[in-house]
Design a protein around this ligand. Structure first.
Ligand SMILES: [Zn+2]
Ligand SMILES: [Zn+2]
Length: 282
């Protein structure tokens, strides 16, 4: 059984009810976290998988909203795990440099805790094992196979998506991307395809009410999939379930049917969206 839980359905814009982008995939006895946005450590507890139980973290790209709480996961894992083991991170080229900077930021805290907790001094301390990966790479997390694919979120580069396969099931975590051939190939016949999306029609309204943000609101349209794009990708690739997340602007309670209505003309499969902790199984 493969379970996919949206541990954060928000975006860079802070929202009272939506944590930043992150998704938990549970399969073959592994707990794999994709991206780690704002509040992810809290949502993981709600999902029943506190930070020390994460097998590996996969990063789609280095935009702040997708990595902002990596430091929280790394620290939480260290202080809550009796025998410290490194946090394992797979990400695009550049991930090591970002993690090095983050570790520098955490140095004072590591000293405070070492000074006060003798047992924390026994292990290797705060450690992150970084694997930088490129499109075409494949690796195993336990018995789960992960395939890395190229995505298109230019000018942000490199960006990658992940296909996770285990026990005959598959899920694709696309991250932020516009539709492209590589994404179609990564998604081919997947059981579940998770896509971050925005709504140009609602952003047009935002533009009218907050003219100062007009140009930034327009800029984001050309490097994200909208709901229709995601539905068309799902249809071309023959996926069974389309999960939408990273709603820009934030989806209000009661609007779910409106969002689904934009997808259904283009995709006849199962469509899943909702609040944080919404899940799907394959
Ligand atoms: Zn992004
Ligand atoms: Zn994003």
């Amino acid at each position: 059984m493969m379970k996919v839980t949206l541990t954060g359905t928000g975006s860079p814009i802070p929202d009272a009810n939506r944590a930043g982008p992150s998704t938990l995939v549970q399969c073959a006895g592994q707990n794999i976290l994709i991206d780690c946005g704002r509040g992810v450590a809290m949502r993981l507890v709600a999902a029943g998988v506190p930070a020390p139980f994460i097998s590996a973290i996969l990063i789609t790209h280095l935009h702040s909203d997708h990595i902002t709480d990596l430091n929280d996961l790394v620290t939480t894992r260290w202080i809550l795990t009796p025998e410290a083991t490194p946090t394992v991170v797979y990400g695009p080229l550049g991930t090591q440099k970002v993690v090095d900077g983050m570790m520098a930021m955490l140095t004072p805290d590591q000293k405070y805790r070492h000074d006060h907790h003798e047992d924390l001094r026994i292990g290797p301390g705060l450690q992150v094992e970084v694997h930088e990966v490129v499109p075409g790479d494949e690796f195993m997390i336990g018995d789960a196979r992960v395939i890395v694919g190229r995505t298109d979120h230019r000018p942000v580069t490199p960006t990658i998506g992940f296909r996770i396969e285990a026990e005959g099931k598959s899920v694709v975590l696309a991250g932020d991307t516009v539709p492209c051939d590589e994404l179609d190939a990564l998604c081919l016949n997947a059981d579940i395809y998770v896509q971050t999306v925005l709504r140009p029609d609602l952003l047009e309204l935002v533009k009218q009410f907050v003219p100062a943000l007009a140009s930034r609101t327009t800029d984001i349209l050309d490097y994200h999939s909208n709901v229709e794009d995601a539905a068309k990708t799902a249809s071309r690739a023959g996926v069974k379930t389309l999960m939408l997340t990273h709603y820009v602007p934030a989806m209000q309670t009661g609007q779910e049917a409106d969002w689904i209505a934009l997808a259904t003309p283009h995709f006849s499969g199962n469509i899943v969206l909702g609040p944080d902790l919404t899940s799907a199984e394959a």
